[in-house]
Design a protein around this ligand. Structure first.
Ligand code: SF4
Length: 124
């Protein structure tokens, strides 16, 4: 699993067992170009017991950083594929990533159904 590009931030708020460890793709090009690598504002992970209004404000600020990041697409895909359970990655919160993943799963199921129906039509 990849070290989060924004690991200098409030990673302490993330349960230790869920903090991504350094992995073999740590030196992936996208990772070295991450805008958040030197950001120390604590935008990307929630501190414990963060009030909702503060969380929303922090996440929006993190997303603004992501919006100017040259590796946003790569970062987002990484977070979706892992999947990364916490923090803002690639301009998406954890909740938003869950929605994207659910959509992808539904789409995969529909595509498989369509492929089966086509195969049955051809066979039968
Ligand atoms: S998209 Fe956001 S979280 Fe990902 S590397 Fe860039 S700034 Fe960091």
């Amino acid at each position: 699993m990849l070290q989060p590009p924004h690991s200098s931030l409030q990673v302490a708020a993330v349960p230790a067992q869920r903090v991504p460890a350094r992995g073999r793709d740590q030196d992936a090009p996208w990772h070295t170009e991450a805008v958040c690598r030197r950001d120390e504002a604590g935008l990307f992970f929630a501190p414990s017991k963060e009030p909702t209004a503060a969380r929303l404000s922090r996440e929006e600020a993190a997303k603004r950083v992501c919006a100017r990041c040259p590796v946003m697409v790569e970062c987002r895909e990484h977070a979706l594929l892992q999947p990364e359970p916490y923090g803002v990655w690639g301009g998406l919160t954890a909740a938003e990533r869950r929605v994207v993943l659910a959509r992808r799963r539904r789409r995969e199921v529909e595509l498989k159904k369509a492929a089966r129906a086509t195969a049955n039509r051809i066979a039968g």
